[in-house]
Design a binder for this molecule. Sequence first.
Ligand SMILES: [Zn+2]
Length: 141
Amino acid sequence: MRAAKKLRPDWWDPTGARHGGLPTYWWRGAPDGLMTRRQLRAAGLRPGGQDIAAQVVWRRRRRVQVAYLYRVDLAKPKRLVTTAQLIALDRAIAARRTCPTCRVVRGYCIPLSLGECVGCAYPDATEHDAAPDSLLERQAA
Ligand SMILES: [Zn+2]
């Protein structure tokens, strides 16, 4: 532990004795099996409600930085989109596709430049675009 001795004791506390039980490691000194939230996300995982398992501490421009680590073995796969989220998304999309002038839900987002659907902006142009299936219907199919 010669290398660790040179570190400030605050930065090397694997048992967490000096950090209220939270194991503390020097940056890059953390054991395998622990990841930051960002690293988990990059690996397609999320903490999944587990408590913070440890923290890493490092210095950057004279300021001490802390990142929390989570156990990879307790992490869960990224949550799939829920039905409620799909409904909300459908509503948001429908709102953007609804023409404020004629109230018709179009198959495209109402162009901000026009402020209304193409049919209203250019009444002479022929149009045959029905609104597509909702995301929910598409998922069920
Ligand atoms: Zn319209």
